[in-house]
Design a protein around this ligand. Structure first.
Ligand SMILES: [Mn+2]
Length: 307
């Protein structure tokens, strides 16, 4: 089995684990969405990613991929794409006929929680370990095998335990910075927060910054990552050329489709969680587009972070 999965989240790595459970000798590639759109590699299976050029079967739950395939006439009978599925793993477990396997079910549960904005201690920790290692295929394979062996108790795996011990420090520092940023914003009555990260914010804590702002009553948060320095806690997370990353989240109870906004600056994703990567030279224009659109929605705050 030659397969590609999404490199940087719980769903993607759970999909890798499911494939390895069924086909232990699979050769897996861990791709970003951008890489999937470009690659010419031939795959038997492409999961939790846009359908690659030479993919036999695509299994996914992103509506943007679904619409793209429809409009390009590339959706085949063998593909399994359901935008209402909570995770790609949710579809893959059926495709691989692993539904009666308790370990497989346990892993899919984690993917469902992770991809629907839910929370469990396991998915939280697993997500951070994956994010930190998302550029290192060998480590991602180790994580997938640890999931197969230990399921939710993956911290019983020596590699996973040591990784978490290390990464946790970055999470804690990020929490401290986040508290400062969020307090200042909320004190000023900000509803929509744009945080522009220039230096020194632990990348592994970006999701917490977003979560905590929404948890404390914020409506929308956009984190812009244009940090150039090597991350202290996750040094393998290098910046992708001249790309600036925008990560967008909307509060559950706030009716706004952030995917449409993400698409305006060349990105995509889900209604509550989307993202975009824009060239540095386009950064100013993208920021302006966001501010223009969001100013119709609520009070915007802009926070430039450098530590
Ligand atoms: Mn997914």
């Amino acid at each position: 089995m030659r397969a590609a999965v999404h490199a940087s989240d719980v769903d993607g790595i759970v999909c890798a684990a499911l494939i390895l459970m069924k086909y232990p000798n699979s050769k897996l590639d861990f791709l970003t969405v951008g890489e999937a759109l470009k690659t010419e590699e031939e795959y038997d299976l492409v999961v939790d990613l846009p359908k690659t050029k030479n993919a036999k079967v695509n299994i996914d739950h992103h509506i943007s991929n679904y619409q793209r395939l429809l409009s390009e006439g590339r959706l085949s009978e063998d593909d399994l794409i359901d935008p209402t599925a909570p995770s790609a793993a949710h579809l893959l477990i059926k495709y691989l006929k692993l539904k009666d396997n308790p370990r497989a079910k346990e892993l899919v549960e984690m993917a469902d929680i992770a991809d629907t904005g839910g929370y469990s201690k396991e998915t939280y920790i697993l997500d951070r370990i994956i994010k930190c290692n998302s550029n290192e295929p060998d480590k991602l394979m180790k994580i997938a095998w640890a999931l197969i062996e230990h399921g939710k108790d993956f911290l019983n795996d020596e590699f996973m335990r040591l990784e978490w011990e290390r990464i946790k420090k970055g999470v804690e520092l990020g929490k401290e910075y986040s508290r400062r940023i969020i307090n200042e914003a909320l004190n000023k009555g900000v509803e929509i927060l744009i945080v522009d990260l220039v230096k020194g914010f632990p990348k592994v804590a970006i999701a917490d910054l977003q979560h905590d702002f929404l948890d404390r009553g914020g409506k929308i948060i956009i984190v812009i990552n244009r940090m150039r320095d090597i991350d202290k806690f996750c040094p393998s997370l290098k910046r992708n050329g001249n790309l600036v990353r925008f990560s967008m989240r909307v509060a559950k109870n706030f009716d706004f489709n952030i995917r449409e906004l993400a698409e305006k600056i060349g990105g995509g994703g889900h209604p509550k969680a989307s993202g975009a990567a824009v060239n540095e030279s386009e950064y100013g224009r993208a920021l302006l587009t966001l501010i223009e659109e969001l100013s119709k929605v609520g009070i915007i705050g802009y926070y430039l972070f450098s530590a």
